[in-house]
Design a protein around this ligand. Structure first.
Ligand code: NAP
Length: 411
């Protein structure tokens, strides 16, 4: 058992355990949370009330979450002099499911990004972003309701592997000379260098997780997104390995687009196709309803997730999760929005809807459904925070805390 001595688990909770691939969730699971920096505390205070109300209503008081605060970010730095204490990481490993608000990216001080660090040390290899429209949300397109996709973005490699050297350093010079000498490739001497690794392991496990999700959630199609026409051995290979997983490991459940051209039926099967990244960005606008799930390498997924979220009403609404084989970490997709800190005005929906993903992950779908229905009802009533109010006619602008009250009363 890891040392969680610096965090005291709640006496009225029990740990989530694993039985092979399956999570075993008690009626009072201990769930660690990181409140987050900047607007994080306002968001968390509102979100936790919504979570507790939904669970109480969904299960008539028979279940409840035993929340366990763990420290990261500015609060951790102030209390422990560390940005990401080992005890917090151990607690997430121990309890297997956690949720967090946004964290500041420390400037200087040797830490690249707390979010990226957490994903790497906990091997949270898939970033999952469901994007759907909540009726009534102001959106920049005419038919936002046509968007209902789940994006699986590879989280550990690609240009995010962090292998890069600044222009003018010895390391950059060595790499440039090596490429010239050993590979016969010329690079301008005044270049910075970044390396883009994409592996069989990273690609296949991501696509495997996406297809399992497709099966469990009765999704209809999975599109592999890549820039393989230009980057054949990284992005193109991601596509090829994706098809390999689909046709070798999920043969009875899938049909590829090419097989349908040869007459195979897609009835009752998950259609697997692929699209080049630039075309996907126009397709999600022009043929929105044709797309159901995406699996993408890291950088493309980063762009595509935010573009899709913007199409249905923006980042304040978009939930996300980082998932590995052992751990599920649910999180806000926006930053800390520090200028609104402690003003009780920020939109908490991103964390609230990440909580619905968490409840589904725990098998507590009834609580998730209640929250989603109540959020939608609240927005339809035009009871919204400032960010949505400024785009709507006749809206009632609510504080963060009042918005949580409105959601709870709509449950
Ligand atoms: P940001 O915090 O996301 O905020 C940028 C703007 O987006 C805000 O000023 C606000 O726009 C809008 N916004 C963000 N969250 C919102 C919400 N919940 N409700 C309504 N509007 C929201 O981005 P940033 O200013 O670039 O980053 C600030 C810090 O957050 C940095 O340290 C960054 O590294 C970190 N960050 C953390 C995460 C994470 O923890 N996952 C993600 C991204 C960034 P208006 O001013 O127009 O109202």
């Amino acid at each position: 058992m890891p040392d969680t001595s610096k965090v005291t688990p709640p006496a009225d909770g029990a740990p989530i355990t694993r039985d092979g691939d399956r999570l075993v969730v008690p009626d009072n699971p201990i769930v660690p949370f990181i409140e987050g920096d900047g607007t994080g505390p306002d968001i968390w205070r509102a979100s936790v009330r919504v979570f507790d109300a939904a669970v109480a209503k969904a299960f008539d008081g028979a279940r409840r979450v035993a929340w366990l605060e763990i420290l990261a970010g500015e609060k951790a730095k102030a209390k422990t002099d560390e940005w990401l204490p080992e005890a917090s990481i151990d607690a997430v490993r121990t309890y297997k499911v956690a949720i967090k608000g946004p964290l500041t990216t420390p400037v200087g001080g040797g830490i690249r990004s707390l979010n990226v660090t957490l994903r790497q040390i906990l091997d949270l290899y898939a970033c999952i972003r469901p994007v759907r429209y909540f009726d009534g949300t102001p959106a920049p397109v005419r038919h936002p309701e046509r968007m209902n996709v789940v994006i699986f973005r590879e989280n550990t490699e690609d240009v995010y592997a962090g292998i890069e050297w600044a222009q003018g350093t010895d390391e950059a010079r060595k790499v440039i000379e090596f490429l010239e000498r050993e590979m016969g490739r010329t690079i301008r001497p005044d270049s910075g260098i970044g390396i883009k690794p994409i592996s069989i392991t990273g690609s296949k496990r991501l696509v495997r997780m996406a297809l399992r999700y497709a099966q469990a959630n009765s999704r209809k199609a999975l599109t592999l997104v890549h820039k393989g026409n230009i980057m054949k051995f990284t992005e193109g290979a991601f596509r090829d390995w994706g098809y390999e997983v689909a046709t070798e490991e999920f043969r009875d459940a899938v049909v590829t687009e090419a097989e349908t051209w040869d007459g195979a039926s897609a009835d009752g099967k998950i259609l697997v196709n692929d699209r080049i990244a630039d075309s996907v960005f126009q397709q999600v606008l022009t043929r929105t309803a044709d797309y159901d799930m995406f699996a993408t390498p890291n950088l493309n997924g980063d762009y595509l997730s935010d573009a899709c979220a913007a199409q249905v009403g923006g980042l304040g609404m978009a939930p996300g999760a980082n998932i590995g084989d052992e751990i599920g970490f649910f999180e806000a997709t926006h930053g800390t929005a520090p200028k609104y800190a402690d003003k009780d005005v920020i939109n908490p929906s991103s964390v609230i809807l990440s909580g619905t993903m968490m409840f589904r992950h725990l098998g507590w779908g009834d609580a998730a459904d209640r929250i989603e229905t109540a959020v939608e009802r609240t927005i339809q009533q035009k009871k919204v925070t400032y960010d949505l109010a400024r785009q709507m006619d006749g809206a009632t602008k609510l504080r963060t805390s009042e918005y949580a009250d409105a959601i709870i009363s709509n449950m």
